[in-house]
Each structure stands twice: as C-alpha cells, then as structure tokens.
Design a protein around this ligand. Structure first.
Ligand SMILES: Cc1cc2nc3c(=O)[nH]c(=O)nc-3n(C[C@H](O)[C@H](O)[C@H](O)COP(=O)(O)OP(=O)(O)OC[C@H]3O[C@@H](n4cnc5c(N)ncnc54)[C@H](O)[C@@H]3O)c2cc1C
Length: 413
C-alpha cells in the first residue's frame, strides 16, 4: 500500500521528466504514471535541431532513464480530462484516475496560412523522428528554404549547411531573432551565417509554395512577393509554436495563451497543475509569462514535484536559454521584451570574449543577451541572470564595463 497521491502526468517531455525525477528524489510514496503521446521515453529535445541534424549525435540524450522507465512512461495520447471523476481518458478508451494531474503537453509548431506551406515538401521540426526525416533530405547539394529566422530556424540553417546543403532563410520581420535579441547581437549571428554562405532575407515572407508534384521544374518552388521563385528540395517552417492547450481548454481550465497557473504552478482547478512550455505563470504582481525553453521547463518540473511532496515553493526563476549555431553560442536570460533600452558590453570584433547586450527598464536589469565563439558567453549572462533576480537598481556604466563582476554585484548590491 502507498500513502502518497496518485500522480498522472500528461506529456513526456523535459518538464514531465524533471517532475518525475523530483518526485523520485523526494521519496514520493505514491504511484506515478506519465502518458506520453510521442511514443518514447523523455529525451533532450534541444538536440533535435543541433546534434541530431548535423549527425554528431546518433540519438537524443535520454532524460533520467533510471527513473523514467517503461513502467512509468506509457505510450498514450490523452484525449479528455474528466474533472468530475478525476480521470483522464486515452485515445484507446482507457480511463486512468488521479489525485494530482500535471499537464506537461508542451507546444506545437505554428504554420502560417500561406498556400503550400503545409504541403508535402514542407515540414516543421519538434521531435526526434522529424529530425531523422529532415536529416535524410539534407544531402550535400540539397536546396533548403527555411521559413523563419528565429532560434530554431537559424539552428536548422546552420546544421543544414554543415551537411553541405545550400540554404536560404526567409524572415517576414525586418530583423532576425527579434523576439530575443537586440539588433546589435543578432547582426553578429547573421554575419556568421552569411560567412558560411547562408542567405538570410529579411522582410521577405513567402507568398506561396508550389509542390514538386505540381511544378514542371521537378522540385518545389517558393514564391516571393517580388516575383522571385526559389527552387527548393525541402522547406522547413520554423515560425514559432503555440502551447498545446486543447485538452485543458476542453476541460474548462483557465487559458490565456497557455494554461494559466499561479506561482505554485496550480491551474484554476486545485487538483491540476501545468508545467513547461504549456504553462503561463501569473506572478504575485499580476504579470504573466510563458517560456519556450528547456531550463525553465525543467525548473517548473522540479518545483511542481516539491509542491506535490508537500513543500510548496513559488516558481519565481529568471529564465535562461541558449542556442548553438555554427561555432557561436547565443544565450539569453530574463525577459528581453520588457527592456526599454539596451546597454552594450564588448565588441563584435572580439567574439572570443563576446558581445553582450543588457536590457534595462528604468533602472532595473530585466534581460541579458550575449554571443561568443564557444560557450564563455555563459559566465557573463549567468552573472547577469543573478542580477536580474536580485532586483537591484543598476548603473549603465557598470553594466558596460567588462571589469564589473555582475554575479558579485548581485550579491553585494
Ligand atoms: C528543435 C528544438 C530545439 C530547441 N532548442 C532549445 C535550446 O537550444 N535551448 C532551449 O532552452 N530550449 C530549446 N528548445 C525548447 C525546449 O526544448 C522546450 O522548451 C522544452 O522541450 C519544453 O518542454 P515541455 O516538457 O514543456 O514540452 P515538450 O518538450 O513540447 O513535450 C511535451 C510532450 O507532451 C506530449 N503531448 C502533448 N499532448 C499530449 C497528449 N494529449 N497526450 C499525451 N502526450 C501529449 C508531446 O508529444 C510531447 O512529447 C528547443 C525546442 C525545439 C523543438
């Protein structure tokens, strides 16, 4: 007999994995079942657009395989949450009861309503199986058109180039990576892509894609507003994701571009929590945020585990994420969209040290971004992350000065 609550988790990504690992480490004395629609035990999804595509990795690293065993993870699509009976219903009609339900359904790629972008020559990239299919198409000389110059689009462009494909990236906005980086930092990334022969066209969305079957050319054609026709052996659509909220919405939970949760990650139903990319967290001051990054997803899983174990802790982490492109590492901490100005440190000519941009709102540091060759960018961005968390007034000159140790500043004020 077990005494702890029966925990059912919907979704088998990093957030679910961290939750189960946290429960295990905390000595959870109850059953845990992960219902995973993807048909495999949880793995590190960030490898999908990096090592898995370049071929450097044969498989994505599994997450906590010692805990996320086949006994815990069941391959099942959940199609309904019955809040009255406290049961979830799977696609094959099974009903599984819970005391605590945790939604970790993640996010799904969004495809803009452009004719042909959902056709047979185009695909999105979210999981390892899709990476395998795409990698197979990225033969030397293959022509890839990537739609979207965000982090994933540019990572795919870099990986494709490494495999010898020719790449054109189309971005509708006038800047690349505009959601996370100021122009000074994104320019460094674009210059590096250009040096590698990757063509990034800004303010240039496709107007349609003619499939290889319908085109007399024998390959797909991506059409632009100015009449240009780009030949393509494959089109990769990387135009952002939407949180997978359908189940929660059908069950009547509060939704706002994500499943709304409080700082304990509890939804509008006190027996149901939501974590990871699908969760929108409402802070004590009323602001809400939803992250689409690995570290916040893992952190939310760990927080939710503590709450279930009877040690509720508020989720108030400052998010941090990274992207690897060619030999560059890009890192982002905090909330770039909250910055009203950017303070630069370093130079684009010294990428061994790195170029950094600190996002400031009033006199508060709200975000830090940086790019370097190799990973050393992390020391400064991680220091700045601590300073964002410390919530102290900051001085622009100190931020810009390479000799200022931001982590120490966070400790000493
Ligand atoms: C290609 C790629 C590269 C990335 N690179 C980085 C990076 O470099 N750095 C970074 O910080 N972040 C990166 N991310 C983002 C990061 O991987 C995500 O933030 C993270 O995976 C979110 O974890 P999650 O568990 O919330 O959701 P997900 O990883 O999306 O997992 C959700 C799981 O739930 C399953 N599911 C959904 N609905 C149901 C249902 N009804 N029933 C059963 N199962 C269901 C899905 O199939 C999926 O397996 C990347 C993402 C992608 C796609």
């Amino acid at each position: 007999m077990t005494a702890g609550p029966r925990v059912v988790v919907v979704g088998g990504g990093p957030a679910a994995a961290a939750l189960v690992h946290g429960l295990h480490r905390g000595g959870h004395d109850g059953s845990v079942v992960v219902l995973a629609g993807e048909g495999c035990t949880p793995y590190d999804r960030t490898a999908v657009s990096k090592g898995l595509l370049t071929g450097e990795m044969a498989a994505a690293p599994e997450l906590f395989p010692e805990v996320l065993t086949d006994d815990v993870v069941r391959r099942a699509d959940v199609v309904e949450i019955d809040r009255t009976a406290h049961e979830v219903v799977t696609a094959d009609g099974k009903r599984i009861g819970w005391d605590r339900l945790v939604l970790a359904t993640g996010a799904a790629p969004r495809v803009p309503p452009v004719p042909g972008l959902d056709g047979p020559d185009a695909s999105t990239l979210r999981d390892a199986a899709e990476a395998e299919v795409l990698a197979d198409r990225l033969r030397p000389g293959a022509r890839l058109v990537v739609v979207g110059a965000g982090l994933i689009g540019l990572e795919v462009a870099a990986a494709a180039r490494t495999r010898g494909a020719s790449v054109v990236v189309l971005e509708a906005a006038p800047t690349a990576l505009g959601r996370v980086l100021p122009p000074e930092v994104s320019a460094v990334v674009l210059d590096r892509h250009a040096a590698e022969g990757i063509e990034v066209r800004l303010a240039t969305p496709p107007t349609s894609v003619v499939s290889s079957a319908a085109s007399s050319a024998g390959h797909a054609v991506v059409c632009l507003a100015d009449g240009t026709e780009l030949p393509a052996d494959h089109v990769l659509v990387a135009t952002g994701v939407s949180p997978r909220t359908d189940l929660a919405a059908a069950a009547g939970l509060a939704i706002d571009d994500g499943v709304l949760v409080d700082e304990l990650l509890v939804t509008s139903d006190p027996t149901i929590m939501a974590i990871g990319d699908v969760a929108r967290v409402r802070a004590a001051d009323g602001t809400t945020t939803r992250h689409e990054a690995y570290t916040p997803a893992m952190a939310m899983g760990q927080h939710a585990a503590r709450t279930i174990l009877g040690e509720p802790t508020r989720y108030v982490d400052v998010p941090w994420s990274w992207s690897d492109q060619l030999d560059l590492s890009v890192q982002v901490a905090g909330w770039p969209d909250r910055a009203d100005r950017w303070v630069l440190r370093g130079s684009a000519d010294d990428l061994e040290t790195g170029l950094f941009a600190f996002g400031v709102r009033g006199d508060q540091l709200v975000a830090a971004t940086g790019v370097s060759r190799g990973r050393q960018v992390g020391r400064v961005v991680r220091g700045a992350q601590a300073l964002v968390a410390a919530d102290l007034a900051v001085d622009d000159a100190a931020l810009a000065d390479p000799s200022t140790d931001l982590r120490r500043l966070a400790r000493t004020g």
